[in-house]
Design a protein around this ligand. Structure first.
Ligand SMILES: OC[C@H]1O[C@H](O)[C@H](O)[C@@H]1O
Length: 296
């Protein structure tokens, strides 16, 4: 994996939240009550996770998002500043509280319910105000915890300036042709292909969007079609103890490798490596590796 001396410039447009993680012996089924052995809060939100993930790996990162005018919003801002993420385009709203996510975690698996709240107050005007930073960026990352109209606007703006765009298609929604045509890479979960593409045959999806769609599953494996053959990579060096945040970590690693001019194969391998690191610590951001973990 090549790591050039140029510092990548990345814009992340997306959500930030505080995750309340409840540890249980088993995930509750419908109408069931279970007891939690612990309740802890962590920094989260797919956008913020990717902003921290790419900043720790050495990128200059601008995060565009929205928090509430409340103590949780202040905590998120402080955390991002500490992580060297530029917060000049984080907006505060008095219309909604800061986003939260309620996570029930058991034996590594997690069920997540997100309350977007302030994240839904991010508008296309906010994206527009960062226009000149899009012009000088190398790559833009989006996910689906802010309004789809904002995601679409962001993708169009990035493409207008010829920038690379990556989409982590989570939480899953059906993606329209415009989005799929304009993004350079899409990261999707194997269990959500039908929702995202209207097609649940993995091979069909991968062949149609070769070198563009990267499908991940719970075993930290990633598969894509390179135009000739299916490419499958798995990193199970570290046992995935905490699976929350692995998709964000993969996307961060993939994006960094791409910015440094690596092949898609190298991008996938590095993404898997970054994802493996996050899965050994609790919280979506806790275990995200830093550049010096890989390169001196
Ligand atoms: O992708 C993991 C994230 O999903 C939810 O948005 C939680 O905030 C968590 O941090």
């Amino acid at each position: 994996m090549n790591f050039s001396s140029e510092q990548p410039k990345i814009i992340v447009v997306g959500s930030s939240s505080i995750d309340l993680v409840l540890e249980t012996d088993k995930l509750p089924s419908s109408n069931e009550t279970v007891l939690a052995s612990s309740s802890e809060s962590y920094f989260g939100g797919k956008g913020a996770n990717q902003a921290v993930g790419t900043a720790r790996l050495g990128a200059s990162v601008y995060f565009i998002g929205c928090v509430g005018m409340d103590p949780l919003g202040q905590q998120i801002m402080r955390n991002l500043v500490n992580e060297n993420v530029n917060v000049g385009f984080i907006y505060e709203t008095d219309q909604e509280a800061t986003g939260t996510a309620y996570v029930t975690a058991s034996n590594g698996d997690a069920v997540i319910v997100v309350v977007p709240a302030a994240n839904k107050c991010l508008t296309t005007e906010h994206i527009e105000s960062a226009d000149k930073y899009f012009q000088t960026s190398d790559l833009v990352l989006v996910q689906l915890e802010v309004s789809l109209s904002v995601v679409e606007y962001t993708i169009k703006k990035a493409k207008k300036y010829g920038k690379k765009v990556g989409l982590y298609a989570s939480p899953a929604v059906r993606l329209n042709a415009d989005i799929l045509d304009n993004v350079d890479f899409v990261v999707a979960k194997s269990t959500e292909l039908y929702t995202i593409f209207g097609e649940d045959q993995r091979e069909e999806v991968l062949r149609k969007y070769f070198n563009k769609v990267f499908v991940r599953d719970d075993t930290n494996s990633t598969i894509y079609f390179d135009g000739t053959e299916m490419k499958y990579y798995r990193n199970d060096k570290d046992k995935a103890v905490y699976k929350m945040g692995m998709g964000d970590a993969f996307t961060s690693g993939f994006a960094i490798a791409l910015c440094h001019g690596n092949s898609l194969e190298e991008c996938v391998k590095f993404g898997n490596e970054v994802s493996a690191r996050v899965s050994v610590k609790k919280g979506s951001q806790t275990g995200l590796p830093v550049q010096s973990d890989f390169f001196s």
